[in-house]
Design a protein around this ligand. Sequence first.
Ligand SMILES: NC(=O)c1ccc[n+]([C@@H]2O[C@H](COP(=O)([O-])OP(=O)(O)OC[C@H]3O[C@@H](n4cnc5c(N)ncnc54)[C@H](OP(=O)(O)O)[C@@H]3O)[C@@H](O)[C@H]2O)c1
Length: 311
Amino acid sequence: MDFFNLFCLSWLDLLFFLAIGGVIYMKKRSNKAKRAKNGDFKGKKILITGGTSGIGKALAEKFSKLGANVIITGRDDKKLQEVSKTIDKCEGYVLDMENPEEVEKWCENNTKNLGTLDAVIHNAGLSMRDLFMNTEIKLGQRLLNVDFLSIFAMIQGLMGNMRTDEQGSVICGIGSLAGVSGAGVRSMYSAIKGANDAFFKCLACEIRDKNIHSMIVHPGYIQTNVSQNALVGDGQKSFGKTDSNIKNGLPVEDCVNQIIDSIVLRKTEVWVCKGFGMKILMFISKIFPSFLDYGLYKNLNQQLSALKKAS
Ligand SMILES: NC(=O)c1ccc[n+]([C@@H]2O[C@H](COP(=O)([O-])OP(=O)(O)OC[C@H]3O[C@@H](n4cnc5c(N)ncnc54)[C@H](OP(=O)(O)O)[C@@H]3O)[C@@H](O)[C@H]2O)c1
């Protein structure tokens, strides 16, 4: 007995059910899209680390426009004051993330002031631009502290501040597509961002019962100062230039719109980049890992030429 006889179905019945399924799916998608566009953050309290430049600053500006009370952090008090002055309902807190133990203390000292948080976006981060053979352990240690251990410490330290009522809250990591696929001249950075990817997923299952949603956003090339500030060699110096990949990347405003929509929709893992090409390549490489090996080998020349064209 074949499938159709077993369930007394014809091809037409099957097509009918598929069409109904398609309509329901499209309807749900369009509701979701509407919900994202109309995301209302009035009165919500949102903490964004690294809110003094690039993605963090643009997130703070956008959340404030959507009605949120925004808290931003950064290392430089002067820069923090300058930025928070330009954003409505924005407060700046000095926080250096080089030392995870200091981050633990910062959380203890500020628990009361911060109050109940609706979302924390762990955005502060440092990148690198150097070949594996030129990358010293010291650089790795700095990246590990800023890009992973301090985030870990901060999430533990602020867990008691997260909203756990029926509205719930969101803990959002900012990873990198380099942490999903790997990338030339960013070996240590990619490894640490990959650790974030796994960490935010582990966290999700442990805090789900508390109505706290853990998610990670992986940006591709976004037009910010990330490569200017990226470390080289022993981690004491910055690259100091904008490489051409970043220069031609996605405008930061488009990036934050996608991040905010994905927070509204409580997505789990989000890839944010210019066009579909990179996403399709990443998707194919998940299915055919050897394609990824070859792609990254080819991409290395492109990365090196982007560094040469840096200005
Ligand atoms: N732009 C991209 O193409 C791209 C791609 C993938 C992932 N990302 C990720 O996106 C996040 C934001 O980067 P961005 O592109 O906006 O770069 P950015 O313009 O360089 O901003 C980095 C932010 O992190 C803060 N920060 C750096 N080191 C810190 C430290 N030791 N302690 C505390 N804060 C520190 C900086 O604040 P202060 O200097 O004021 O302290 C600044 O606000 C990072 O996690 C980055 O890895 C960016």
